[in-house]
Design a protein around this ligand. Structure first.
Ligand code: FES
Ligand SMILES: [Fe+2]
Length: 435
């Protein structure tokens, strides 16, 4: 029987509208809170499991988790992508262990039952042998399907909650950010370029959810990178992504734009392109001029803006990458970074973007190491549990409520972080089927 922690989730987030927003230390450190999150959040939201381009042929699969529950997503012989619980119907072994790959069928390593790519039972091993199954044996028809799977522009999400709202409505305002990122492609498509860069940090999963949309920290946490960019910003091949000739200019540029706090828990920060002329007249001017002609000025501004976003609870889009984070335990998180290619863009453009990612996020990058170090520092600091609260007030008095129920904030508002905590509190208060 699963453990059902007895905790009062009513006093972890304190909000006085327009004035104060506090989160209790134990929301990051308490193991019972973590267990409850797995059930009340991760088993009830839409969880990103991959992009269609990763399932190139029949048998292409990825394994993933919705909270604690292992899942396999696989393309069948008819070309359909299905999501199943990664668990043999006999006595429970996981069928596929690798993060991704290609198989002909799903064969259980324990007693050798075989399931086909559409999840149907193909073979019960040694069925008719002495001591085998009798004539009345009720053979399981196949693997259990995950209740919901939907795609938005090739991004695949699953949910264990059969009654969840449709993915498109769940994404809400964030659809505009996803659209803008994908519309950078002349054909409106991206493709995952490689297997992910994987790292782990010693800290709670919500530190990553908060950080990917934290416009406030950049100039501080990444101070060394800012200095480097001030010196080499025009020559690093990133087409203005981190453009800024001096740290003052870089700061001014970063403090344009806006942040959003979506009612579903998503957040994003959007900064307009430093200099659209730099794009239109630059090396890839032809591609950008065609985009301007096709989409018009307003949409073009969105396409060329620098946007970072999080899809509550555990996926984000930043730079030219999809990022996924998986809670391992209350103080350990796995992060998977998938750079993607812009389909139809010149090879040199995609190559340059990849170099730019490596410079900031890769194993020897300047940025990711700063952030994971900060997460460890926060985890260490939170052990001072005598201090009860963390402060998320920034920008509250200037955030505007929108018609959709979201909040729109100034560029370095903590509006996106408050989105996470409002949705968190809301979901944690609602008892689910299991807890
Ligand atoms: S557990 Fe899979 S065949 Fe026995
Ligand atoms: Fe960072």
């Amino acid at each position: 029987m699963s453990r059902t922690p007895e905790i009062d989730v009513g006093d972890y987030v304190r909000e006085i509208p327009g004035q104060q927003f506090l989160v209790r230390t134990e929301a990051y450190t308490d193991e019972d809170v973590f267990e409850l999150e797995m059930k009340r959040i991760f088993e009830r939201t839409w969880i990103y499991v991959g992009h269609e381009s990763e399932f190139a042929s029949a048998g292409s699969f990825k394994t993933a988790y919705a909270g604690r529950q292992p899942i396999v997503v696989i393309r069948d012989k008819e070309g359909k992508i299905g999501a199943f619980f990664n668990r043999c119907m006999h006595r429970g072994a996981t069928l596929l262990r690798e993060p991704q790959g290609v198989v002909q069928e799903m064969r259980c390593p324990y007693h050798g039952w075989i399931f086909d790519l559409a999840g149907r039972t193909r073979l019960v091993s040694e069925r008719g042998d002495p001591g085998g199954y009798g004539a009345n044996f009720l053979e399981p028809q196949g693997l259990l399907r995950v209740p919901r799977m939907e795609s938005y522009r090739g991004l695949l999400f699953v949910s264990l909650d059969a009654g969840i709202e449709p993915l498109a409505s769940y994404l809400g305002e964030l659809k505009a950010v996803i659209d803008a990122k994908l519309d950078l492609s002349p054909v409106g498509r991206i493709a995952i370029a490689s297997k992910p860069y994987v790292c782990r940090y010693k800290g709670n999963w919500k530190l990553q959810t908060e950080n990917i949309v934290d416009a406030y920290h950049f100039m501080h946490t990444h101070g060394a990178f800012v200095k480097l960019q001030a010196k080499y910003g025009d020559s690093t091949g990133d087409f203005g992504v981190h453009k800024g000739r001096s740290s003052r200019e870089m700061r001014e540029q970063r403090f344009r734009g806006e942040t959003w706090s979506c009612r579903q828990g998503h957040g994003f920060a959007r900064v307009p392109a430093a200099d659209p002329g730099y794009l239109l007249d630059g090396e890839f001017g032809r591609m950008y001029r065609e985009l301007l002609d096709r989409h018009g000025e307003a949409a073009f501004a969105g396409i060329t803006a620098k946007a970072t976003s999080t899809v509550f609870p555990s996926m984000g889009m930043i730079h030219q990458q999809i990022r996924v984070w998986r809670p391992i335990s209350v103080d350990e998180t796995e992060v998977l970074i998938y750079p993607y290619e812009i389909e139809g863009a010149p090879d040199a453009f995609n190559a340059g973007m990849l170099r730019s990612q490596e410079r900031f996020y890769g194993p020897s990058g300047f940025g990711m190491a700063d952030d994971t170090e900060i997460f460890a520092r926060v985890t260490q600091g939170l052990r001072a549990s005598s201090v009860e609260w963390l402060v998320f007030d920034r920008g509250m008095d200037s955030d505007e409520r929108t018609e959709s129920g979201d909040y729109r904030g100034l560029p370095s508002s903590e509006a996106p972080q408050r989105a996470l905590w409002r949705a968190w509190e809301n979901m944690m208060r609602q008892a689910s089927k299991h807890a």
